[in-house]
Design a protein around this ligand. Structure first.
Ligand SMILES: Cc1cc2nc3c(=O)[nH]c(=O)nc-3n(C[C@H](O)[C@H](O)[C@H](O)COP(=O)(O)OP(=O)(O)OC[C@H]3O[C@@H](n4cnc5c(N)ncnc54)[C@H](O)[C@@H]3O)c2cc1C
Length: 500
């Protein structure tokens, strides 16, 4: 069995330690790679043509592994359902188990009598520690272990600047990565798989308790999304048809449809970055989309690579400032203002629309993510970690690398971060990127009747206009939580302290 053409992982594997007869079963351990196509671990096992069982472990017990937030748990349930159905169509059982992976994986491998266990790498220091422990235990039991890098275009740590080490700015990282970039053809889903006839018993998806019941808050998520590999491919196809051309300009407009919304599919590995990049590059080469749009989109995929490289270098990315000057930053403790921000009741329509889009659909447009994050950390001077936590719990694409790196980028404490003095004005951002107020009207319907010139600053409307639009400021919609100009001055003074 070979892993030719595929980037292999850093984990100890055992190409030379095969045991068992050729017909001994194999075990595929699924993690953040819930797909059948372009899945190197699955491709390797399919090539061997041994009877196969698949395993997913809900591991909430291993030390340091951050439990998924609520929206991501909901997504995981849908994704596992889709994966189980796809595998079942090919005769392969998906065994669900709960517990610490370094106990559960070897246990299932033993029950199955698996000669080989294969998986694709995950990111994160704690996850990698678990994977090393699992691999070591399996090897000690004389099983063969195969692991691959399938979540990223470049394995973490592999992109280096001229003087070695990870490049410190995104543009130098991107330049170095492009030099190393390989446009390999993604692997097709295996045509033929042999499932084991008698898999070890598993638990039910319901017993994982991933979906909310009392109350069932997931209605908005259900209306907005379909999880699973087929849905991910359909979303990519729709984006290639109707979103990519015009991406470079349109990607900043939350009122338009120019972004891919592939992030939750990427987060759970229902689609690989290589599949996306390959589709985009082919379309550009064929002249089907302008090069400028393809290049801009590819650059965004590289922001994801940048975040993962950063996470590999800084395992504590979600808790510790990258720039230590921020360790003494005078963050304010104000639960009332944080709650108003959570609920989308800050009195700034673009900020409120973003936070309500997040609550209703589990996702927020990138431009608006930047504005709401800037508002929290700069207008309210609330610690970026509080915002990161909220996003972690409410985003369907909540991602250990992208979320933390982006929050630090906006707050100013990150690598190659937005400068501290860049304080987004939520009114002018709204006027520029949601000029007709379409986005605000969708998520803040109580402002729906305001004319476009006033929709991003309702407090400037006269009494007659407000009455005509059915708005009572302070009652049906809040007055601004802070004055922009005063908040900006306060933030600049606070940020001065990081420069001493
Ligand atoms: C405060 C804040 C928090 C964020 N948290 C997350 C998160 O938890 N998970 C997450 O995937 N992204 C996060 N992002 C990055 C970005 O907002 C999302 O990736 C993007 O909005 C997803 O929508 P899309 O798939 O339509 O993006 P597209 O514009 O279609 O881009 C395609 C893909 O490129 C990647 N990408 C795009 N923009 C960025 C970016 N700025 N940084 C890193 N990767 C990017 C994503 O994987 C995305 O799916 C965050 C950004 C901010 C400002």
């Amino acid at each position: 069995m070979k892993a030719a053409r595929l980037p292999t992982s850093q984990l100890p594997t055992s190409e030379s330690r095969a045991s068992g007869s050729p017909a001994s079963p194999s075990l595929l351990w699924f993690r953040d790679d819930l797909r059948l196509s372009d899945n190197p671990a699955l491709a390797a096992l399919a090539e061997a043509r041994t009877p196969l069982a698949a395993l997913y472990v809900l591991d909430e017990d291993s030390p340091g592994v951050r439990p998924l937030g609520g929206a991501a748990r909901w997504w995981l349930a849908q994704s596992l359902r889709a994966l189980a159905a796809d595998l079942k169509d090919r005769g392969v059982p998906l065994i669900l188990r709960r517990g610490p992976a370094n106990r559960v994986v070897p246990e299932v491998a033993a029950l199955l009598g698996a000669a080989t266990v294969a998986f694709n790498d995950r990111a994160g220091a704690a996850e990698t520690r678990v994977d090393h422990a699992v691999a070591a235990r399996l090897l000690s039991e004389d099983r063969r272990v195969l692991s691959f890098c399938a979540h990223l275009l470049h394995p973490p740590g592999s992109v280096e600047g001229a003087s070695g080490g990870m490049p410190r700015t995104f543009s130098s990282f991107h330049r170095a990565a492009l030099k190393a970039r390989r446009l390999d053809t993604p692997l097709p889903a295996p045509k033929h798989l042999d499932g084991v006839a008698h898999p070890p018993e598993g638990e039910t998806l319901e017993s994982f308790d991933l979906e909310p019941t009392h109350p069932d808050w997931a209605g908005g998520l259900r209306s907005a999304w379909t999880a699973g590999e087929a849905a991910a491919q359909a979303r990519l196809a729709a984006f290639m048809d109707a979103g990519l051309a015009g991406y470079a300009e349109g990607r900043d407009r939350p009122d338009l449809n120019h972004v891919s919304r592939l992030s939750p599919h990427l987060r759970f590995g229902e689609i690989s970055p290589r599949q996306i990049l390959s589709a985009v590059r082919h379309a550009a080469e064929a002249g089907a989309v302008p090069l400028v749009d393809a290049d801009k989109f590819e650059a965004e995929l590289y922001w994801r690579e940048f975040s993962y490289h950063l996470l590999a270098e800084m395992p504590d990315l979600a808790r510790s400032n990258i720039q230590h000057g921020f360790d003494a930053f005078p963050w304010r403790e104000c639960p009332g203002e944080l709650k108003a921000w959570h609920k989308g009741l800050t009195g700034y329509p673009l900020v409120d629309a973003g936070l309500r889009q997040l609550w209703q659909t589990g996702w927020m447009h990138n431009r608006v993510r930047m504005v709401v994050a800037s508002f929290l950390t700069k207008h309210l001077l609330i610690d970026w970690r509080s915002g990161e936590d909220w996003f972690w719990d409410t985003l369907v694409d909540a991602d250990g690398a992208n979320n933390a790196a982006s929050w630090q980028w906006v707050a100013g404490s990150g690598l190659d971060a937005a400068p501290y003095f860049r304080i987004f004005n939520p009114v002018t951002q709204g006027e520029k990127f949601d000029p007709d107020g379409t986005y605000v009207r969708t998520f803040v319907p109580e402002l729906g009747k305001l004319p476009a010139p006033l929709i991003h600053k309702p407090w400037t409307a006269d009494a007659h206009t407000l009455a005509h639009a059915g708005i009572r400021l302070g009652h049906t919609y809040p007055r601004p939580l802070v004055d922009h100009g005063a908040a900006r001055e306060r933030a600049l003074r606070a940020f001065e302290s990081t420069r001493k």
